[in-house]
Design a protein around this ligand. Structure first.
Ligand code: NAP
Length: 283
C-alpha cells in the first residue's frame, strides 16, 4: 500500500522490530514512528512524533492524516490500559484514520484466566463499534517470555513454571512484527481477526527435553506451585497487577487457552515462522 502509516508505541520492543521490518522492506517514507519518547527511536531513521495514550492532544497530532495506525497495546493495569486504548481509537477516528491494526492476545475473551484478556476483549469490541476499518492480530506468547527461565535452567538444570502441562504456541517477537507489517501493508485485511501463533505448541516438559539435548545438561521441568511462584515474582519487585497477570497467563496455558496453532502469522508475514524448537536449536 502507499499512504501514511503511524506506528503508535514504536519505542517498545515489538514497535522497534516493526520499524526494522518496514525498513527491511524499503518502506520508510510515509511512516511515522510515534512514542512517548521519540528520542528513543530517532536513530531508526524514520519521521517521529510524540504520542502518549494519556494525552489525547498528542494522539490527535500524531495520527493526523494517517491511512493506517498500528496501535500497540499498552502495559498498564486493565483499568488504566483499556481507557488508554479507547482514547487512541477515538483519536484515530477524529483524525480521519482509515484503518487501525491492533495487537490483541490469544483467546481474548472474558472467560480467559489471563487478566489482560479482558482489556483486549473490551478494546476489540470498542474497535468494532467505532465504525473504523480494523485488523486485529491476536498474538500468542513471545518466545522471549521464556528467556529468564531458560537462562536459569541452563545454570540450575531446572525449568520451573506453574501450568507446566499447558501447551503454548510461542513465536518470536520478530515474527509477530513481520505479521504486523504484512497486515499493515497488505490489502483485504479489513474486519479480520488473525491468530498469530508459532507453528507448534509446547509444554514445559517438551521444552526441558529440547534444552537437555541442546545444552548437553539434564534440564528438569517442574510444575511450580502458583503461590510460591507468585511470592518469588513479588520478591523480584514486580507490581501486584503483573504478578496476577503472570500467574493468570500460566493458568490460562494449563487450561489449553494458548495451544491453538494457526497459519495466519506465516500468511501475513509471507515467510516461515520459527518454532520454539528451531529457535532453541539456534536455527
Ligand atoms: N504476546 C506476548 O507475549 C506479550 C508479552 C508482553 C507484552 N505484550 C503486549 O504487547 C505489547 C508490545 O509488547 P512489547 O514486548 O513491545 O512491550 P514493551 O517493550 O514493554 O513496550 C510497551 C509498549 O507499550 C506502549 N505504551 C505503554 N504506555 C503507553 C502510553 N501511555 N502511551 C502510548 N504507548 C504506551 C509503549 O510505547 P512507547 O514506549 O513507544 O511510548 C510500547 O509500545 C505490550 O505493551 C503488551 O500489551 C505481549
Amino acid at each position: 500500500m502507499s499512504g501514511k502509516i503511524v506506528i503508535s508505541g514504536a519505542g517498545g520492543q515489538l514497535g522497534q522490530l516493526v520499524a526494522q521490518e518496514l525498513k527491511s522492506r524499503g518502506v520508510v517514507d510515509g511512516v511515522t514512528l510515534a512514542s512517548r519518547d521519540p528520542s528513543k527511536i530517532a536513530a531508526l531513521g524514520f519521521k517521529t512524533a510524540r504520542a502518549d495514550f494519556d494525552d489525547a492532544a498528542s494522539l490527535a497530532a500524531a495520527y493526523q492524516g494517517a491511512d493506517v495506525v498500528l496501535i500497540l497495546s499498552g502495559d498498564a493495569p486493565n483499568e488504566v490500559r483499556t481507557p488508554q486504548h479507547y482514547r487512541a481509537i477515538d483519536a484515530a477516528k477524529a483524525a480521519g484514520v482509515k484503518r487501525i491494526v491492533y495487537t490483541s492476545f490469544t483467546n481474548a475473551t472474558y472467560d480467559s484466566l489471563f487478566d489482560f484478556a479482558k482489556s483486549h476483549t473490551d478494546t476489540e469490541a470498542y474497535l468494532k463499534k467505532s465504525g473504523l476499518a480494523y485488523t486485529v492480530l491476536r498474538n500468542n506468547q513471545y518466545i522471549e517470555n521464556l528467556n529468564s527461565g531458560i537462562a536459569h535452567a541452563k545454570d540450575a538444570g531446572v525449568l520451573a513454571q506453574p501450568g507446566a502441562t499447558g501447551k503454548v504456541a510461542y513465536l518470536r517477537r520478530a515474527d509477530v512484527a513481520a505479521a504486523l507489517v504484512g497486515a499493515i501493508l497488505g490489502t483485504g485485511h479489513e474486519g479480520k481477526v488473525y491468530e498469530i501463533t508459532g507453528p507448534k505448541a509446547y509444554d514445559l516438559f517438551e521444552i526441558a527435553a529440547i534444552l537437555t539435548e541442546t545444552t548437553g545438561r539434564k534440564v528438569e521441568a517442574v510444575d511450580a506451585d502458583p503461590q510460591q511462584y507468585g511470592a518469588m515474582l513479588s520478591g523480584f519487585g514486580l507490581p501486584d497487577f503483573l504478578v496476577k497477570a503472570l500467574l493468570g497467563i500460566h493458568a490460562a496455558g494449563a487450561a489449553g487457552e494458548m495451544n491453538l496453532v494457526s497459519g495466519d502469522a506465516e500468511k501475513l508475514a509471507g515467510r516461515k515462522i520459527v518454532s520454539l524448537e528451531e529457535h532453541l536449536r539456534g536455527e
